[in-house]
Write a protein that binds this ligand. Structure first.
Ligand code: NAP
Length: 287
């Protein structure tokens, strides 16, 4: 249990809504593990009040903030500076105070990278694909681009959003990082052996029996599956891989490592990877 006193470092979550966030559970474990007097407070922030909320959090000496939907891009004009990687992605989920305001970072991207390393999943330069073209896909796509991916694929139900994301990334990196494809046209993927990152919202609790592609033939083209969904712990997408004797992972470590990377920025304390099982246990108890 956190004890609040005059020395407690306060960190806020700016989002709308914030009721379902798991971040307080994660940060309570991290604070206990590192012996910090630290409290993480969800602050429901309506879009119309975002600028005032940022100013207020800074004025009240918050040691940092998380930013979540729908503010991840809209918050950028209210920051004093932005990390170059977050600027490329065009989305910020972590604020760290500096002289004159908050600096914005994107630990969704770096957290996913750290989670994949933790899970022993390496990113191949070729043969990668992403399902989905929303906010989570964007972070994953920039991570893969940063890791040298070339000629990958972004498959989406709506071709237009996949095309827009591909164009954005290809222009940023000056090469063909991704090609757009409809989900229903997966049979056009050349060859097999793909790392498949699942970044649609299909299969999210309570729709546990749904997957964005329900045909085994798609999974035969893939070697490893990485689902960004963490509720349920095993999605239908993951089960397709298991049924074919292949590895797959859920999004829990991405969630945890985006939190760890944020916590490290706020407190300056490195968090060892061995805290992860403790955080997972706390999240399971909370579920
Ligand atoms: P989003 O911006 O709303 O994007 C949703 C994506 O899912 C879009 O590509 C959308 O396709 C697709 N989609 C929705 N319903 C579909 C359907 N019935 N059939 C096919 N495609 C469908 O959401 P997001 O923020 O990217 O989140 C996506 C998932 O990532 C969520 O499940 C969330 O739990 C997970 N996530 C995990 C973490 C983590 O830390 N592990 C962080 C963020 C998000 P259209 O473009 O065609 O609409």
């Amino acid at each position: 249990m956190i004890t609040i006193d005059g020395k407690t470092k306060i960190c806020g979550l700016l989002g709308y809504p914030v009721e379902h966030t798991l971040s307080p559970v994660i940060h309570e474990v991290l604070a206990r593990h590192t012996g910090e007097n630290f409290a993480y407070i969800p602050c429901q922030t309506e879009p119309a009040h975002l600028a005032e909320a940022v100013k207020g959090a800074y004025a009240m000496s918050f040691v940092g903030c998380n930013v979540t939907v729908p503010h991840k891009s809209e918050i950028i004009p209210f920051l004093s500076s932005i990390d170059p990687l977050a600027a490329k992605v065009g989305a910020v989920n972590v604020l760290v105070p500096e002289e004159g305001g908050f600096r914005g970072y994107n630990t969704d991207l770096t957290g996913l990278g750290r989670a994949m390393r933790y899970d022993g999943v390496s990113i191949p330069k070729e043969k990668t694909l992403i399902l989905g073209a929303g906010g989570a896909s964007r972070a994953a796509a920039f991570l893969l681009a940063e890791n040298g991916v070339t000629n990958g694929y972004i498959l989406n139900r709506t071709l237009e959003s996949a095309t827009k994301l591909c164009n954005n990334i290809n222009t940023t990196y000056g090469r063909t990082v991704f090609n757009p494809l409809l989900l229903s046209e997966y049979d056009k993927l050349p060859g097999d052996g793909y790392l498949a990152v699942q970044a649609t919202s299909v299969g999210l609790f309570p729709h546990n029996e749904d997957a964005p592609i329900m045909e085994e033939a798609f999974y035969e083209k893939c070697s490893v599956g990485y689902d960004l969904i963490y509720r349920p712990f095993e999605t239908r997408f993951m089960r397709f891989f298991r049924e074919q004797g292949k590895s797959s992972f859920n999004g829990l470590r991405m969630l945890i490592f985006q939190g760890i990377e944020a916590y490290e920025k706020w407190t300056g304390k490195p968090v060892p990877d061995d805290v992860v099982p403790e955080v997972i246990e706390a999240l399971e108890k909370h579920a």
